[in-house]
Every structure is written in C-alpha cells, then in structure tokens.
Design a protein around this ligand. Structure first.
Ligand code: ATP
Length: 322
C-alpha cells in the first residue's frame, strides 16, 4: 500500500498557495506517496475534512489565486484537546507525513505536529514576508506587484487634485511590502518598522516638494509602523496639505500569483516532499541568496527580523528627488 502524505494551507491565504499544493501533489506522486488534502487548515484536521487529492485534481490550479484547500485560523488547535483530535484524525487516515503551507502561526502548529510524532515540513506562504529565515515567502511578490499597480492609479488622481496619497499596506510587523513597493513603485516616502519613524521629516519634505512645484506625492505606511488614516491626518494638520488615506486591505491578498511566486511555490513543494520521502520532518523550507534550503522549524521561527540595511540605503538614494 502506498504511504499517505497530508497537505494543508493555513492562516491568511496568499497567491501561490495553489501552485504549492500542485507541487506537493505531483511530487508526492513522483515519490510514491498518495496525497491527502485537508480542508481549512488545522480546523479540517480536527473535523476530519480529509480526502484524496490526485494529480489530475491539480491540473489547472498553478495560476489561480486563493487556495483550493481553503484556509482558516483555528483556535481549537491551540488547545491540548484540539491537538489530540487532530492527531487522532491523522492516525485514522494513516497519514505518515504532513506538509503545512502558511505563515508563522501555521509553522508553530507544524512544529507541534512534528513533536507529536508526525513528520511535518513547513512551507512559507504569507504576503507579509515576515518569516525572516527565508528571503521570500510565497505571495509576497504578487502583493508587491499589486501594491505598485494600485500606486500608479492613486498617483494619477493625486496628481490631478494636487494631493498627498497616504497608502497603508499590509506586512504585519514587517515593512517589506512598503519597502519593496517604495523602491519599485516608487513612493516618495515610506514609514516602516525597520526605519526610525520621523513624520516631521516627511512633512518637511512634502512641503519643500510642493514649493518646488511637485503636486503629488505618495507616502507608504506599513501597517506595523502606523495607521494610514492617522498619518494622513497628521500630515494635513502639520502642513495644511490635502492628504488622503487609502487602506489597500485584502486586495493585496487576491489575484493570480506572480511568476516568481509560482516558481518559489513549485520549488518549495517539491523540496518539502523530498524531505519527507527521506524521513526528515521538523524542517522549514526556504530560499536564501537564491538557494533553496531547509532548516529546523524552531530555528526558522527564532530568526531575528531583517534590518534591511542595504535596501534602506538604496531607498534613501532613490527617494532623493522627491
Ligand atoms: P498569516 O501570516 O497570514 O497571519 P499565519 O500562519 O501566521 O498566517 P495564524 O493565524 O497566526 O496565521 O496561524 C494559523 C493557525 O496556526 C492558527 O489559527 C492556529 O490554528 C495555528 N497556530 C498558531 N499558533 C500556534 C501555536 N503556537 N501552536 C499551535 N498552533 C498554532
């Protein structure tokens, strides 16, 4: 009888989760496993929402946003009783290894499964890019692309009305979405947790830009560094300039994954299954300096946030002509 391997998506959905599922299912087949799909993350493990997922089931999903397995946040899995139910379901289905696709909370859950004797590999998927052990998480690139395309639209209308656009973006406690979009977009000012917050300096720059004839500017505010609405109010109060807050919200999580997301998702999924095929559980897969690697989930979760010194210096130079 072929061994069974379970796969679930958990936490916030991200573009590219489907590409990761596809990769896990096809790599499972390649390694002689039967893939079992678990719906709604850990909630489906507890309720027994488990069914076989065949290679033909993942034929057309690599380009799709969201996750065909659905995702959820599950408080019950945080309790001993909930975890025991999940472990019982895993055993009842004879699942011998698990791939968990999600963010840091999901990783903590994956570590729990592994510690309880179910070899489990964690695959990083969150638009926030807030798992610093890996350079990139699945979904981050699509989110940045989405933000820069919204910035272009916002800039048009801000230009017409001579306004400051203050755009709040996601990222949890990580400023990467704002930093990357600030460089690539570009935006004249960013407010991120990795950079000392100086709204008065931003106000001074906005005023001097206006004196020099620049009629519109964008300020990107990472949610971990403040509120877009409050920042816009502060700018208006301090400068008298008209500042409009735009909170991009969930639009950042939707849509088709970028090519980079699909490539990373595909590599991560294959690598995760190959680890399980070799009997290596408790690992997190990631990419660093363009190299695929894996390390203990615990070590991955303990990695300190990136300082982003180089990108911040690049941003400083590129935002000089504000
Ligand atoms: P996102 O980055 O999108 O928020 P996430 O994976 O961090 O994704 P969380 O809501 O933090 O999202 O976690 C997802 C689920 O993982 C939780 O609902 C819970 O079931 C499980 N989980 C979180 N933390 C733990 C933990 N410490 N131990 C066991 N399970 C956990």
């Amino acid at each position: 009888m072929r061994k069974k391997l379970g796969v679930l998506t958990s936490g916030g959905d991200t573009p590219g989760m489907n590409a990761a599922i596809r990769s896990v299912v096809l790599a499972a087949d390649d390694n002689g496993f039967v893939a079992m799909g678990i719906k709604k993350g850990y909630a489906g493990l507890i309720s027994g929402d488990v069914s076989r997922i065949k290679p033909e089931d993942v034929r057309d999903i690599a380009n799709m946003g969201g996750t065909i397995l659905k995702t959820a946040r599950c408080r019950e899995f945080m309790t001993d009783a909930g975890r025991q139910k999940a472990l019982n379901v895993i055993k009842a289905y004879n699942i011998e290894g698990m791939v968990v696709i999600g963010g840091d909370g999901s990783f903590a859950g994956a570590e729990v499964l592994d510690r309880h004797g179910i070899p489990t590999v964690a695959v990083p998927a969150t638009i926030d890019n807030d798992l610093p052990y890996t350079d990139f998480t699945i979904g981050f690139d699509a989110a940045v692309n989405l933000v820069i395309s919204e910035m272009a639209k916002i800039r048009d209308t801000m230009n017409s009305h001579e306004r400051i656009g203050v755009i709040e973006v996601m990222g949890n406690q990580c400023g990467d979405i704002a930093l990357y979009a600030g460089i690539a977009g570009p935006a004249e000012n960013i407010v991120i947790p990795e950079k000392e917050k100086d709204l008065d300096e931003i106000c001074d720059r906005l005023v001097s830009e206006r004196i020099k004839g620049k009629t519109a500017s964008l300020v990107l505010v990472a949610e971990g560094a403040g509120s877009g609405i409050e920042t816009a109010q502060y700018i208006h109060d301090m400068t008298g300039l008209e500042a409009k807050a735009i909170v991009l919200g969930y639009t950042q999580r939707g849509g088709s994954p970028s090519a980079a997301d699909r490539m990373r998702a595909s590599s991560f999924g294959i690598h995760a299954v190959q680890l399980l095929a070799r009997g290596n559980g408790g690992r997190a897969v990631g990419i660093r300096n363009n190299n695929l690697f894996d390390e203990e989930i615990k070590a991955a979760l303990a990695t300190e946030p990136r300082a982003q010194t180089q990108l911040l210096e690049e941003y400083r130079i590129l935002s000089r002509n504000g």
